[in-house]
Design a protein around this ligand. Structure first.
Ligand code: GZL
Length: 337
């Protein structure tokens, strides 16, 4: 978009609905989309109204994700943000999305707690001509056009990266007793990481997965389940923990029993928040697979492309690293969350 050029972007309900393949008969017309949204050098001359349903505040990662989006979709950047924290309940997200529809926002952004159960409410948004961006987690819907675009981490690849690190550093033929702390049941993050991990690990018969159990991505539950694991199994070799908050809880459980994390039990974690990267540096966590929460700028770029009817990709996986003792020092100072 050329600097200094004024673009008159007419986002007409009919055009917008046609671009989403909506039949015009019987649909809610969205008067907001008949406004002219003028692209100026400093942004739109009308604030872009965005309804953002965040699934909760269960982890350090989630809080960083919320801040990234709130710090990007600001009034100075041309947005009017309506934020709702669903406190880990899908019904709260559905209520929030319905509220956004009734307020006729320009765009809906949400991080779905779980993959299933969204078809009805997303059909309502679609019928209202409101584009929907899923942020971070993804949904399963019968009609893929109900989701305009997604941006987030490639969870399956993250799971594969964890298993490949184990293969390279522990050995595919090494007999390993493994326990897994999985994330929120039914979430695309937990499903994807598990799928990717098993895609590699299931090929190695020497690797024995003793048990996989959900710690719901929280520190408290992660500690509770790790205590169960330690009481149930002698000689656990590896913990795979699907987020750093559960890892922090698991490490507490280990240390309370005199177990040295990162040595007596190899620890593979996900998210790569600063506190965890410091533990990687200190040898308490052996490898941390990054999942970036900093999705605000990407979401803003998608909103602009959608509203000005420019090209955009439907799926937008973000680049992510793997941290070990060998490379973590270089990233510690710049990690803001
Ligand atoms: C991953 C995200 C997960 C994080 C957890 O993209 O959905 O949810 O790994 C967070 O920390 O709770």
């Amino acid at each position: 978009m050329g600097i200094g050029t004024r673009r008159r972007i007419k986002v007409q309900a009919a055009t917008l609905m046609m671009s989403f393949g909506v039949l015009l008969s019987g649909c809610i017309r969205n008067p907001l989309h008949e406004n002219e949204i003028t692209q100026t050098e400093t942004g739109f001359d009308h604030l872009i109204s965005v309804g953002f349903s965040q699934l909760g505040s269960e982890s350090v990662w989630r809080s960083a994700n919320t801040v990234s989006i709130q710090d990007t979709l600001t009034r100075d950047n041309g947005y009017f943000l309506i934020y709702n924290n669903a406190r880990q309940k899908q019904e709260n997200q559905i209520k929030a999305i319905r509220s956004f529809i009734s307020q006729r926002v320009d765009v809906i952004v949400f991080s779905p707690l779980t993959e299933e159960g969204w078809d009805t409410v997303l059909q309502e948004a679609f019928d209202a001509g409101i584009p929907v961006i899923t942020s971070d987690r993804q949904v399963h819907v019968a009609k893929e056009e109900l989701v305009t675009a997604w941006v987030g981490g490639d969870m399956e690849l993250e799971g594969e990266k964890a298993a490949l690190w184990m293969q390279e550093h522990l050995g595919e033929k090494t007999p390993l007793d493994i326990v897994v702390l999985t994330g929120t049941e039914g979430s695309s993050a937990a499903e994807g990481r598990s799928k990717g991990f098993h895609k590699v690990a299931d090929a190695f018969p020497a690797w024995n997965i003793l048990e996989e159990k959900s710690g719901d991505f929280t520190m408290a539950k992660g500690k509770e389940i790790m205590e169960e694991f330690l009481s149930s199994y002698e000689g656990i070799d590896v913990l795979v923990s699907q987020n750093d908050d559960m890892t922090f809880g698991a490490i507490e459980a280990m240390e309370e029993r005199g177990i040295v994390p990162g040595q007596d039990i190899t620890i593979i974690s996900f998210d790569a928040v600063k506190k965890a990267l410091e533990m990687v540096r200190d040898g308490k966590i052996n490898v941390d697979v990054e999942c970036s929460p900093l999705l605000g700028p990407d979401i803003s770029r998608l909103i602009t492309a959608i509203l000005q009817k420019e090209h955009f990709e439907k799926d937008n996986p973000v680049e992510e690293l793997v941290f070990t003792k060998d490379n973590v020092e270089a990233y510690l100072d710049s990690r803001t969350y």
